[in-house]
Design a protein around this ligand. Structure first.
Ligand code: FEO
Length: 385
């Protein structure tokens, strides 16, 4: 688009975000140069690991009047000090909360800042930037920037995807998998804010969404509709079973539950935690009505890998309505106490767990069938499809 240039860096090789989240498709840190008839602004910077890429792109920019910081997390803000050093006259434009965080994280001097209110505008001449607070997607201070004349929204983390690609624009059938995965890992804990922010944007004419990660949306309707479905629609008639088995007993119970649920028309997605990718599990949780964790006892507690997944589910807070636990133990167990505490933030109904002492017997398998009956009935009663 005239006057708007995609800058930033494609990080093809990054495989982990926050030292936690797998990035099978890499990622990008998008910065955007906006040239008005009178002033020039750069919207966001890049992860400090890619500062040289951005600085080389800026070799063609003689004068920078404004640097807009939409988000204080370092993958976008980490190169702000280098940009401010190159352009001593540039003003760092952000909101008061982001200013506070940027000063804490990057030690930026007070006199470089200009703070803006929600909805405030800044003229670049023939282009007008309007700042739109988008709290909690992904941090409390996050904001977007809208170009009034072009109907372009720089949405920061919101609506993005962790995807490295050579092309600039998003193709729906290619981007959706990664976008859902990104939503699950980054946005899902803030579902109510996702909806509020979508509502806030609903009254605006937005012809293009330029996120800070992944490709640009020339037709943003599909990604905004997808976010509304992921965050707001009822979950599906689906059970996610993250499990681990040491000697085969828990596996037998998980196999039985999988078959029993399938017989009752319930979709099952199961993940062996010795080989599964956390991002795939998080994505599966986006629209699952029920989570059943399968674990043997390790000493008297659950297997540590199920502790990780229960903690993650509690932290990501998907739309889950029902939870349960199946597994086996040797001589005693506190599995339900420990896992139940970790998944408590879901505020989901705990359906009677099935824990077998040693090899699961016929009575244990019948209890699994009863659990499948209960899950299917609860999903039916809730009208889930
Ligand atoms: Fe892409 Fe929340 O930073």
């Amino acid at each position: 688009m005239p006057g708007i240039t995609l800058m930033g860096a494609v990080d093809w090789d990054r495989r982990l975000f926050d030292s936690l989240i797998p990035l099978p498709e890499g990622t990008s840190y998008n910065a955007y140069l906006v040239r008005g008839s009178e002033k020039t602004a750069l919207v966001d910077t890049v992860d400090p690991a890619k500062v040289d890429v951005l600085m080389a792109q800026l070799d063609t920019v003689q004068r920078l009047d404004y640097l807009v910081a939409q988000h204080a997390e370092q993958d976008h803000s980490g190169s702000i000090p280098a940009v401010l050093a190159r352009y001593p006259g540039a003003v760092l434009v952000t909101n008061p909360k982001a200013k506070e965080l940027l000063q804490e994280h990057l030690d930026i001097p007070d006199d470089r800042f200009k703070t803006v209110a929600d909805g405030e505008t800044l003229s670049l001449g023939n282009k007008t930037l309007r700042f739109i607070y988008l709290p909690w997607v992904h941090w409390p201070e996050t904001m977007g920037t809208y170009i009034e004349e072009d109907h372009v929204l720089f949405s920061c983390d919101f609506l993005g995807s962790h995807r490295a690609q050579s092309g600039v624009f998003a193709e729906r059938h290619i981007v959706m998998h990664g976008a859902k995965r990104y939503y699950a890992e980054i946005m899902m804990p803030f579902r109510s804010f996702v909806i509020k922010n979508l509502d806030k944007l609903a009254g605006m004419q937005i012809d293009m969404v330029c996120p800070s990660h992944g490709p640009i949306y020339k037709d943003p309707t599909f990604i905004m509709d997808a976010y509304r479905e992921w965050a707001g629609d009822p979950p599906h008639n689906k059970v996610v079973i993250p499990f681990i088995s040491m000697h085969g007993s828990t596996l037998k119970m998980v196999d039985r539950l999988t078959a029993a649920l399938a017989d009752r028309g319930v979709t099952v997605e199961r993940f062996d935690l010795t080989t599964s990718d956390l991002g795939e599990i998080a994505m599966s949780l986006v629209d699952a009505a029920t989570i059943v964790i399968g674990t043997p006892a390790v000493l008297t507690g659950p297997h540590p890998k199920t502790i990780e997944i229960a903690y993650l589910a509690g932290a990501l807070r998907p739309k889950t309505q029902f939870v349960s636990i199946v597994g086996s133990f040797g001589w005693g167990q506190r599995i339900v106490d420990i896992l139940g505490g970790l998944i408590a933030p879901l505020k989901a109904e705990l359906l009677t767990p099935v824990l077998a002492k040693g090899e699961p017997r016929a009575a244990d398998m019948q209890a699994i069938d009863v659990l499948a009956d209960t899950i299917a009935a609860r999903h039916r009663e809730a009208g889930l499809h």
